[in-house]
Design a protein. Structure first.
Length: 450
């Protein structure tokens, strides 16, 4: 039996009765976060572009909603557009280095709205996506990311395929085929972050489309890989350059729930930059407005090696600033907690001057999601800040997530009532249907335009 066989049986068996309560509740929080961050992203320019491209590629009518405009249209077009909306702020959920919610939630919504599945299966299908995508991110991203592959796109195709397969109630052997197809369709590079360009915002929609294609091909009877993960030319060897630890992989399925590993971003910056920003807010209070001569940030080599992390500009896109540790630290020291508007301050002379005096260094003694920052002040004092965090520190419970989303959306003049509507949906999606989501986004679009 192959890993894909094991995952096929696992995914097909995901039901309310087989999913632990903590996992179910976490999936509901992921659903709330996904829609809440997408709502706060309505003011970003990426969804309109993706919608235009999607409608050009897939013209004609359809039942899938474009959350950015209120229109309905083709499933594939909606997946592309809504994916860009979920990813627009760069504040989506993260399972290790993979942003699976921004891939899977828009896919499932478009499929369910269009009659390809029942909303009662939304949470089990979402869990399937996190479990399959998260498993291989955990096992292999430490090797694939330094090679320049983006975890979201490498592991997101399998996540999307698993989610769609569970939504469709496919039998295990067809799910195995869908995952084989998904491995063959996986890809995606990190160079977009090195250059500060926007491809990464559209990668999630394309990844979701590929996962759906993998699933439909399997349903149609495709002859597909069975050893796509552990084979000699499979995902692990091809992308990570190492064999898959199949015993460890099997031991984790249905035991180490990947959904519980999902973390959320308090700030609209890269997942790896959340802790440095958190630490810098404490530093800002300790510095109390005194002049800064220079600073050094130490982080784990895995994070330091991520494209764009050490960039000092010049910056011209949010894709550049949200990745840059020197920019995020300088901006936070001088202006406080980052907002989307602050991330566009490309020509602020004071920030740019400080960016030039902040260095990022790798230190294997610093765990991932942790940092050490040493600041030399103009008066000669040296301040040392150590901030040790884990994914659990960013795994907010449902009510805290609602409160955080209310504050985030308030930055864009979106009312708390819109977030409350999303919370009601996420807590009881099968009973509520998508109507509360569509109404909340309609209200939010009007509020943002005011």
């Amino acid at each position: 039996m192959t890993i894909a066989d094991d995952l096929g049986r696992f995914v097909s068996g995901l039901q309310r009765e087989t999913i632990p309560g903590a996992v179910w509740n976490k999936a509901q929080t992921c659903l709330l976060n996904g829609y809440g961050i997408a709502m706060a992203g309505l003011a970003t320019p990426y969804e309109p572009l993706a919608r235009q491209a999607g409608q050009a590629m897939y013209p004609g009518g359809g039942a899938a909603s474009f959350l950015g405009s209120g229109e309905t249209g083709n499933i594939s077009a909606a997946i592309l557009a809504n994916g860009a909306l979920f990813h627009g702020r760069g504040q989506e959920d993260t399972c290790g280095a993979a942003h699976l919610g921004a891939v899977v939630i828009p896919l499932l919504m478009a499929l369910i709205e269009s009659g390809h599945g029942d909303i009662e299966d939304l949470i089990p299908a979402l869990v399937a996506g996190y479990e399959v995508g998260g498993l291989f991110e955990e096992l292999l991203a430490g090797a694939t990311t330094p090679r320049g592959f983006r975890a979201t796109t490498i592991y997101g195709v399998g996540a999307a395929a698993a989610a769609a397969a569970r939504l469709f109630h496919m039998p295990p052997e067809q799910i195995c085929a869908a995952l084989g197809n998904a491995v063959s369709f996986s890809g995606g590079l990190l160079q977009t972050f090195a250059e500060g360009t926007d491809e990464w915002r559209y990668q999630v929609g394309v990844t979701a489309q590929a996962g759906w294609a993998a699933t439909e091909l399997a349903r149609a009877g495709s002859v597909s890989l069975r050893r796509g993960y552990e084979g000699a030319k499979g995902l692990a060897m091809a992308f990570a350059g190492q064999p898959l630890d199949t015993e460890t992989a099997r031991a984790k399925i249905g035991r180490d729930w990947q959904t519980l590993r999902v973390a959320f971003k308090p700030f609209p910056v890269c997942a790896f930059n959340q802790t440095p920003v958190t630490a810098t807010l404490d530093l800002r209070d300790r510095i109390a407005g005194r002049g800064i001569e220079r600073a050094t940030v130490w982080m784990n080599p895995y994070e330091c090696g991520y494209a764009g992390m050490d960039s000092k500009g010049p910056f011209s896109t949010i894709g550049g600033t949200l990745m840059s540790i020197p920019f995020c630290v300088a901006q936070t020291l001088l202006r406080g907690a980052p907002s989307m508007a602050m991330m566009t301050e490309y020509d602020d002379a004071e920030i740019n001057a400080l960016v030039a005096r902040i260095d990022l260094d790798a230190d294997a003694a610093v765990p991932t999601l942790c940092c050490r920052i040493l600041v030399h002040l103009d008066d000669g004092e040296v301040i040392d800040e150590i901030c040790n965090m884990t994914a659990a520190d960013y795994a907010y419970a449902f009510d805290e997530m609602r409160d955080r989303l209310i504050r985030t959306n308030a930055q864009e003049d979106v009312s708390a009532e819109c977030v409350d509507a999303l919370a009601g949906f996420a807590a009881a999606s099968a009973e509520a249907g998508f109507a509360p989501v569509l109404e909340a986004f309609s209200t939010a679009r009007r509020e943002i335009r005011r």
